[in-house]
Design a protein around this ligand. Structure first.
Ligand code: GLC
Ligand code: GLC
Length: 826
């Protein structure tokens, strides 16, 4: 069942029923001010940091689930409704929500009155602009009352939802003309305030929540709205809000446009107040208001936003035989990659915004998805990340975005972390050709005195793996590898102990983690990522170093085949007892997804047919109609020696859930191995646009990836198998966005930046006649035409660039201007 449709020409998803199977949200803002907005206008906003500068309040896991947002209430002769249906939930005569690139338009109508609300955060602006157009579509004059509503958060979102003994006594507001200012703690330690304004005279206001809503009412029936009149309440402690009230009369056919702005302002300490020492100095706020206080200015702001997205989405465009592929590649997957860049894992409808830190591995992988859109910001981020690395190549697992320092509460010793940085730096160089990043002096552990060139960091990363091998010559598993829930050292049987940071007394003497437990996943990641390091060294003319690194890669491949090939697939690990994990010999969890794709893509055991055997086993044991499960059979018991993984019921998350992030590695691997049909099958099982038809099962947004989909085993242990199979969770902020962008654009469509040019090597469904693509790359525009007359999946038979035959499949860097690339497969 569908709940809307894609409007590709406008780059919008149009939701036609407010009762989506879960709130379907969008993000506004890309710089400092961010908003989350659901299809019924629920959500909240914050400035830069979703915990420390929360501007409006939101209650997670609420009942109903999505309560609290920016709401417009209309009382039309006793008929009370919202343009977005919720929270009043009066049946509307029409409803539509259009989520676009950085804006959302919600339109509702009732009894001949139509309300269309456009929400966006303009470029370089610290506020959410809300334009409300009210139109009387009936044949008689209409008089009604309009109320706006926003509930302030007292800045620190964590404190705001816990510390009521203090917070109920600190709330402060100021009201001037049509603007309500929120200034809790502004008198003392804060130099920021927020405001909510409208560009018209108002007939009243409320700033005290209980006066507006009533202690025994809800968002669905605020007493002021029911009464049709505001109370002009003044918040003094308790819960400050901002609500404008206006009585409006519209002749038949007449429209009225109001512009509301919810803004955030920081003031220099000496300019905080007017001469009286307590009234807010409103200079900056008024200038901000002046920027968007007319429909003309709003239209200009929207046009500017659109053109910013035109350029972000203008680097790669494809035209394939499948509309769903086009809308994922050209619009939504790229959009999600940008949102993930902006927000990392901080604030979604599943991430509360009060968890701290940017993940080292997550942020490095995110780069792969957006480096072509914003290479400069990717460079900056790479340097921030590398600066948290330790001199021995280990990494802090997280860093704080405000201080940019490594987080010592979580510490390091996650075995995969260093490798992702080699991959992300290489992908930056391949995109831009900017080799100078390798010479950039970057501190270790944020200590300038320990700064070394970036190349040294890559070297430290590579050898951190080589220097930490276990008994089979495979990398030590440490606290966890990519899978946060395989904790072969940090296992425990005490509730509440963190599986990632707990130091098991058993391994204390060995430095905190087992020197026996090994990760095959990290071994294969090493053989996949390693050649990038070798390529970089070769390019720098460091022949001996390159040969030395290559020898380590070859040795690792041999070790994998000697000790980690299970006959039809690769093992997952050796646990701290030296027992195999992810083997036919195991009772449960016989095969795991993570090592397989990287092994295939680094040709481990290829001469013995390991690649195709592994792909066959994956298809038989892991694939389902909704994607590939992480492991099989699911764990039904608690295996203490594995850590967190078997704490999840089977079918969820890391225990046999469909973890979409690592599905991409198999899509890449199948494509790499020439199995374009198999690759595309897995791609289309999970790509959001393909889940649209089954939105009732999938639940989360059909335009963005979620981290997890319920696996085939979900509910099996309690006799409810199938009920949650296919159900998406944790949408928006996930490494899945970047990796699936890589899978479709670089492996299936095969357009992949390389050190010396643009490699084009598609691995597509054999049924396709070909496809076209435009790729901006290092100053040129490449118009690529792929022809597939013999209906193969893979194999470049011939290539011409600007009419001239070119050997191989790498388009050389041609410089400025447009270049025609024609490729025939066969
Ligand atoms: C989450 C984490 C990521 C980890 C994955 C698997 O997505 O953000 O770092 O790799 O789970 O455990
Ligand atoms: C990752 C995993 C999650 C796990 C968490 C532990 O985010 O996805 O399952 O609980 O890490 O920190």
């Amino acid at each position: 069942m569908k709940f809307g449709y894609f409007d590709d020409s406008k780059r919008e998803y149009v939701i036609t029923s407010p009762r989506t199977p879960y709130p379907w949200i969008n993000y506004l803002g890309t710089q400092g001010f961010f908003s989350l907005i659901s299809n019924t206008a629920g959500g909240y906003c914050f400035y830069k940091d979703a915990r420390l500068r929360r501007i409006t309040r939101y209650r997670y896991n609420n009942v109903p689930i999505d309560m609290g947002g920016r709401y417009f209430y209309i009382n039309d002769n006793g008929c009370i409704w919202n343009p977005g249906w919720s929270p009043v939930k009066t049946e509307l005569d029409s409803y539509e929500c259009r989520h676009g690139m950085g804006y959302t338009v919600i339109t509702g109508s009732k009894n001949g009155l139509r309300a269309c609300a456009t929400f966006f955060v303009p470029q370089n602006y610290d506020g959410e602009v809300q334009q409300l157009v009210l139109t009387n579509e009936s044949s008689a004059a209409k008089t009604f009352s309009l109320f706006s509503f926003a509930e302030w958060c007292l800045w620190d979102a964590q404190d705001d939802c816990t510390n009521f003994q203090r917070n109920f006594s600190t709330g402060r507001v100021e009201i001037k003309d049509s603007t309500i200012y929120h200034k809790t703690e502004y008198r003392d330690r804060r130099n920021h305030f927020a405001f909510y304004t409208v560009n018209d005279k108002i007939d009243g206001y409320d700033t005290d929540r209980d006066s507006f809503i009533g202690l025994y009412n809800g968002f669905n029936d605020p007493q002021a709205v029911v009464a049709g009149k505001a109370n002009n309440s003044f918040a003094d402690g308790w819960s400050p809000i901002a609500s404008h009230y206006k009585k409006i009369t519209l002749a038949p056919g007449e429209s009225k446009t109001l512009v509301f702005i919810l803004g955030y302002v920081e003031m220099p300490a000496h300019k905080k107040f007017e001469a009286d020492g307590k009234t807010i100095n409103k200079e900056k706020a008024l200038a901000m208001i002046d920027k968007y206080n007319t429909p003309e200015k709003v239209a200009a702001g929207l046009a500017e936003l659109k053109s910013a997205w035109d350029s972000l989405l203008g680097i790669l465009n494809v035209n394939t035989p499948d509309d769903k592929v086009d809308r994922m590649v050209n619009i939504w997957n790229q959009y999600q990659c940008m949102v993930t860049f902006n927000l990392s894992r901080s604030a979604s409808y599943f991430e509360s915004g009060i968890g701290r830190g940017m993940g080292f591995r997550d942020s490095n992988q995110d780069i792969l998805g957006f480096v072509h859109q914003i290479p400069d910001r990717a460079r900056e981020r790479l340097i921030d990340l590398a600066a948290t690395q330790l001199p021995d190549g280990g990494c802090y697992h997280q860093y704080q975005p405000l201080t940019k320092k490594g987080n010592s509460d979580i510490g390091g010793d996650f075995s995969d972390d260093p490798l992702w940085m080699i991959l992300s730096v290489a992908s930056y160089i391949k995109e831009t050709g900017d080799w100078s990043i390798l010479d950039e002096n970057v501190p270790y552990d944020n200590d300038e005195s320990k700064a070394k060139p970036m190349l040294d960091h890559l070297n430290a990363s590579f050898y951190h793996i080589v220097n930490n091998l276990g008994p089979h010559g495979l990398p030590l598993a440490m606290r966890a590898d990519w899978n946060d829930c395989i904790n072969l050292s940090c296992f425990s049987d005490t509730p509440g102990e963190s599986f990632q940071t707990y130091t098991n007394p058993k391994f204390k003497a060995e430095g905190g983690y087992s020197k026996v437990a090994e990760s095959v996943m990290v071994a294969t990641l090493f053989t996949y990522v390693g050649p990038n390091f070798v390529g970089i060294l070769e390019h720098k003319g460091l022949k001996d170093e390159a040969a030395k690194a290559q020898a380590e890669i070859d040795k690792m491949k041999a070790n994998i085949m000697a000790s980690a090939w299970d006959g039809d697939w690769f093992l997952r690990a050796y646990d701290a007892n030296g027992e195999k994990m992810g083997s036919k010999e195991c009772e449960e969890g016989q095969i795991f997804i993570e090592p397989q794709g990287f092994a295939i893509m680094s040709d481990v055991g290829k001469d013995q047919g390991a690649d195709l055997r592994t792909l066959k086993a994956i298809d038989e044991r892991l694939n389902t109609k909704f994607g590939l499960v992480l492991n099989n059979p699911a764990f039904t018991k608690y295996y203490i020696q594995y850590g967190e993984i078997s704490t999840y019921p089977g079918g969820y998350k890391e225990n046999a859930g469909i973890f979409t992030h690592n599905n991409a590695w198999i899509i890449c691997a199948a494509a790499y191995a020439g199995q374009g049909d198999q690759a595309f099958k897995y791609y289309s099982e999970i790509a959001p646009a393909f889940t649209e038809e089954t939105s009732d099962i999938h639940k989360t947004e059909p335009y963005v990836y979620g981290q997890m989909i319920g696996g085939k085993d979900a509910g099996a242990d309690i006799g409810m198998q199938g009920d949650h199979f296919g159900q998406g969770k944790n949408s928006w902020l996930t490494g899945t966005a970047a990796w699936n962008m890589v899978a479709i654009s670089q492996y299936i469509l095969g357009i992949k930046p390389d050190f010396d040019g643009l490699s084009v090597d598609p691995s597509i469904p054999s049924a396709w006649d070909g496809f076209k693509a435009t790729r901006k790359f290092r100053g040129g525009v490449y118009n690529i035409t792929i022809k597939n007359p013999s209906h193969v999946c893979k194999g470049v038979k011939s290539m011409t660039v600007d009419g001239k035959a070119v050997e191989g499949n790498v388009v050389p860097v041609m410089g400025a201007g447009e270049h025609e690339v024609e490729i025939v497969l066969g």
